[in-house]
Design a protein around this ligand. Sequence first.
Ligand SMILES: [Zn+2]
Length: 83
Amino acid sequence: MIDCREAVRRMWAYLDHELADKPISEFEAHLETCQRCCGELDFNRHLREVVAAKSPALPVPPEVRSRLEILLAGGQNQLENPT
Ligand SMILES: [Zn+2]
């Protein structure tokens, strides 16, 4: 089973259909048990559609991805590393 950080990391590749069968099933298994990541997938899917509609030839800029991944993973880090 993968954790939320790994799920977020795979989310873009999942949306881009770049994942192999095993990572996909692990990712989907996580979503079934995690309401938080499930909401984030919907959000990211919607975001991607908006971006794609505006500029169909351009992928999501890498800096936008990085910022989103940091943002999405940020809250989880604190849960995983309580001090
Ligand atoms: Zn999760």
